[in-house]
Write a protein that binds this ligand. Structure first.
Ligand SMILES: C[S@@+](CC[C@H](N)C(=O)[O-])C[C@H]1O[C@@H](n2cnc3c(N)ncnc32)[C@H](O)[C@@H]1O
Length: 291
């Protein structure tokens, strides 16, 4: 497969070993499995966009659904077919090697599963793909739209002090963090503040941006922002709960750091497009004047 510069740069090509790393993320896999069990029923028609190793399509097919699993990378389409055979799977599941930006299923579907998600909706094409899919689907089949898994996402940003000192070598660089894991090189200077939310069935944002204020809770040197993406895999209104999965957190160093006190207001500004590379996210901060 020839890969364009953009694909290599934007993380569109995910190597096989990273897929096994994703399979090993039990919070992700168990969360999707529970959400699929909630959304998919015997006889449902399910489309998965970006099927990878086939795991999520397998969960849908196990529920008795008819599944179309679209994967652009031939190595992965092959791997998915091999895995399904290894699982002695004989249900109605077709792995289709195609670009999800072009593909539409043969008829209307009940559920669309899509996990092309990267923190802050950078690098991967979740938002442009679902926007394109909805437009093409409505033109071909009319409404209603299928249910999406995930259903929605919430974006938050948090002021932090981050050590970028690696055994005496100072290198401020974007860092990924396991959600919920203890971070002994990160000091939280305030609470995360929600800056964007969207439901996949509604119009999706064309920018990932914010120009807003946060209030610090602790004094310190604000030298980085932590970006948090919470994926709402399924909303269960009857049970008053949702099934959620956090993407890995992303800590972005700031060009200029700022000494802050507890209770200080700080203005944060950033603007990039969904699917942009990491370096497009260049947040700026400004001290706000005291009232
Ligand atoms: C984050 S992985 C998720 C894989 C799998 N669904 C899972 O949850 O383990 C995203 C997958 O989307 C595929 N992909 C990316 N862009 C695509 C496109 N335009 N058309 C079809 N597949 C695509 C990638 O090759 C990759 O396998």
């Amino acid at each position: 497969m020839t890969r364009s510069h953009e694909e290599l740069e934007l993380g569109q090509f995910i190597p096989l070993h990273y897929h096994y790393h994703m399979l090993n993320d039990n919070t992700r896999v168990a969360g999707f499995k529970a959400a699929i069990e909630h959304a998919v029923h015997p006889g449902s028609r399910v489309l998965e966009l970006g099927g990878g190793t086939g795991v999520l399509s397998f969960f849908a097919a196990q529920r008795g659904a008819r599944v179309w699993c679209v994967e652009r990378n031939p190595q992965l389409a092959h791997e998915a077919r091999k895995n399904l055979a290894r699982n002695h799977f004989s249900g109605e599941l077709e792995v289709i090697e195609a670009d999800a930006f072009d593909y539409l299923p043969p008829g209307p579907v009940d559920v669309v599963i899509c996990e092309m998600i990267h923190v802050a909706m950078l690098r991967e094409k979740q938002i442009p793909l679902i926007s394109s899919f909805k437009q093409r689907y409505l033109e071909k089949f009319g409404g209603p739209l299928p249910v999406f898994v995930p259903e929605a996402f919430i974006h938050a940003v948090q002021p932090v002090h981050q050590s970028f000192n690696f055994e005496g070598y100072y290198a401020p660089a974007p860092l990924f963090q396991e959600p919920g894991a203890e971070q002994n090189r990160t000091w939280e200077l305030g609470q995360p503040v929600v800056y964007q939310t969207a439901h996949y069935k509604d119009a999706l944002p064309t920018r990932c941006n914010w120009d807003g204020e946060i209030t610090t809770e602790r004094a310190g040197t604000l030298n980085a922002l932590r970006f948090i993406t919470k994926n709402i895999l399924a909303i269960l209104p009857d049970e008053h709960r949702s099934i959620d999965w956090h993407s890995q957190y992303l800590v972005i160093p700031l060009e200029e750091s700022l000494q802050v006190d507890a209770g200080q207001k700080v203005r944060i500004r950033f603007d990039c497009a969904p699917g942009d590379p990491l370096d497009a996210l260049r947040p700026e901060i400004f001290p706000c004047r005291m009232a």
